[in-house]
Design a protein around this ligand. Structure first.
Ligand code: FES
Length: 87
């Protein structure tokens, strides 16, 4: 299990290695923006400020977007504790 801190609300939730960040956030009762849950709508897009994620199916992100920390929580799985921002 990893710990995920979400800014600017500064709330925490736990996520297992095999579940997506969105799934874990919703299980924890967080109002995490989402629609399609399959990496198509970009509604869930947020920035990772710290930590590592991996994808079973890599979403379409440019190198610049990846360098800026953009991730798809509906597809991303944690590989370390994380800090995310919804700002
Ligand atoms: S919920 Fe649509 S891309 Fe993540």
């Amino acid at each position: 299990m990893y710990q995920v801190r979400v800014l600017p609300q500064d709330v925490m939730f736990s996520v297992g290695e095999a579940e997506t960040l969105l799934s874990a956030a919703r299980r924890a009762g967080l109002a995490f923006p989402h629609r399609c849950q399959v990496g198509a709508c970009a509604t869930c897009l947020c920035r990772k400020l710290a930590g590592e994620v991996t994808y079973r199916l890599a979403p379409v992100l440019t190198e610049k977007e990846q360098a800026e920390g953009w991730i798809f929580p509906c597809l991303a799985m944690a590989r370390s504790d994380l800090v995310l921002t919804l700002e």
